[in-house]
Design a protein around this ligand. Structure first.
Ligand SMILES: *[C@@H]1O[C@H](CO)[C@@H](O)[C@H](O)[C@H]1NC(C)=O
Length: 322
C-alpha cells in the first residue's frame, strides 16, 4: 500500500463529509486500509501493530462469519472484549451485539461515532487554511467498559458484509433473523468456552428497531425448539443465552410512528400551527404509500416529513444542531 493513498483517501472522505451522509460508509475503509487483504472470507483479520493507530484501539477480534454454507455470503464483525470485570470472570460477562439502522448502514458507524471504545473525530488545526484531520480518540462512554461488545454489519450487502448474490440479500425480517442467527452462532463457536454461557443482549437504533425484535424472537423460538425433549441433538445447534434486547430511537412500526410526528413536534414547541398542518399532510401521504406497499415512495415521503421538522428546527432554534 503506497503511503500517499491513505492521505488521498482522507481528503476524499473530507470532501464527502460536507455532504454528510456518506461519511459512515467510507470511514471504515480508511480504518481497514492498513490491514492486509483477506485470503478467504472466513479468515480473521490480523491487526498490524506497526500502523498509525494506537495498539489499544485494535479490536480483540474481527473478521467474517459465514451465513450460507453454499455461498461466500458472510457478516463482517468487530469484537471488543470488556475492559474491566464486574463479574468474577469473562465467561459470565454479558455480550452486547450492536446493529445499526438504515437499513443498510454499517455498524462501524456506531463503533466509531457512538459506542465503540475509540471515536473518529475531526481535529481542527489552529491554522485555518489547513484542512481538519481525523483523529482517533478514546471514548469515555464506551459500551465495552464492563461488557463484551460485538458489532455486526447487517444485513449482508451493507458495510463490509458480503452478499455473494444480490438475491441472497434479505427482503424481510425473517430472512434477516436467519442470517443473524447463523452469524451469532458462528461467533460463539469461535471460542465456546469463553462465549457460550454469556448472556447476550441485542441492541440497536433507528431501523434496527425492526432487526432487534426479529432476531430476539427468532432466538427464543430456536431455543424452544432445541429444548424440546424429542429434538434430535444436532451438535451444530447451540442455545443462545438471550439476556434481553434494547432499542434506541427505533423505527419499529412506521405507520403508527409517522402518524405522531406532527403532534410530537408541535407539542414539543418545535413547529408552529401552520407547519403542523403542512406536516400532517405529508405524513398522511407517507402512511397512504406505506399501506399501498409502495415502499420506496413511502420512504421518500417519510424523509420529507423528517426534513421539514429538521429545517424548521434549524430556522427556529438556530444552534440546536451545531
Ligand atoms: C444460500 O444461497 C443459495 C444460493 O444463492 C440460496 O438459494 C439460499 O436461499 C441461501 N440461503 C440463505 C439462508 O440465505
Amino acid at each position: 500500500m503506497e503511503s500517499t493513498t491513505p492521505k488521498l483517501l482522507l481528503k476524499l472522505i473530507l470532501l464527502l463529509y460536507v455532504s454528510g451522509f456518506l461519511l459512515f460508509q467510507l470511514l471504515p475503509l480508511a480504518f481497514l486500509l492498513h490491514i492486509p487483504p483477506l485470503s478467504s472470507p472466513a479468515s480473521i483479520i490480523n491487526s498490524n501493530p506497526s500502523s498509525l493507530f494506537p495498539k489499544e484501539a485494535y479490536p480483540t477480534k474481527s473478521g467474517y462469519l459465514p451465513v450460507n454454507s453454499t455461498t461466500a455470503s458472510s457478516i463482517f464483525y468487530i469484537f471488543y472484549e470488556a475492559q474491566s470485570l464486574l463479574l468474577p470472570d469473562l465467561s459470565q460477562t454479558p455480550l452486547i451485539i450492536w446493529l445499526q439502522g438504515g437499513p443498510g448502514c454499517s455498524s462501524l458507524f456506531g463503533n466509531f461515532m457512538e459506542i465503540g471504545p475509540w471515536h473518529v473525530n475531526l481535529h481542527n488545526h489552529h491554522n485555518h487554511r489547513q484542512l481538519p484531520s481525523f483523529v482517533l480518540e478514546p471514548n469515555p462512554g464506551a459500551w465495552n467498559r464492563v461488557f463484551g461488545l460485538l458489532f455486526l454489519d447487517n444485513p449482508i450487502g451493507s458495510g463490509f458484509s458480503i452478499a455473494s448474490e444480490a438475491e441472497e440479500i434479505p427482503r424481510d425480517q425473517l430472512a434477516i433473523a436467519k442470517h443473524l442467527y447463523v452469524a451469532i452462532t458462528k461467533f460463539i463457536e469461535l471460542d465456546p468456552i469463553l462465549f457460550k454461557s454469556r448472556p447476550v443482549y441485542i441492541a440497536g437504533e433507528s431501523y434496527a428497531g425492526k432487526f432487534v425484535p426479529a432476531i430476539g424472537y427468532y432466538i427464543l423460538k430456536k431455543n424452544d425448539e432445541l429444548m424440546m425433549p424429542d429434538h434430535d441433538h444436532d451438535q451444530s445447534q447451540i442455545l443462545i443465552n438471550l439476556g434481553g434486547v434494547a432499542i434506541g430511537n427505533g423505527l419499529i412500526d412506521p405507520v403508527t410512528q409517522v402518524a405522531t410526528h406532527a403532534d410530537n413536534a408541535y407539542f414539543s414547541g418545535l413547529i408552529n400551527e401552520r407547519q403542523r398542518i403542512e406536516l400532517e399532510r405529508h405524513q398522511q401521504e407517507a402512511i397512504r404509500l406505506a399501506k399501498m406497499r409502495h415502499w420506496r415512495e413511502a420512504t421518500n415521503a417519510r424523509h420529507q416529513v423528517v426534513d421539514i421538522v429538521e429545517v424548521s428546527l434549524l430556522i427556529n432554534q438556530g444552534d440546536l444542531f451545531p
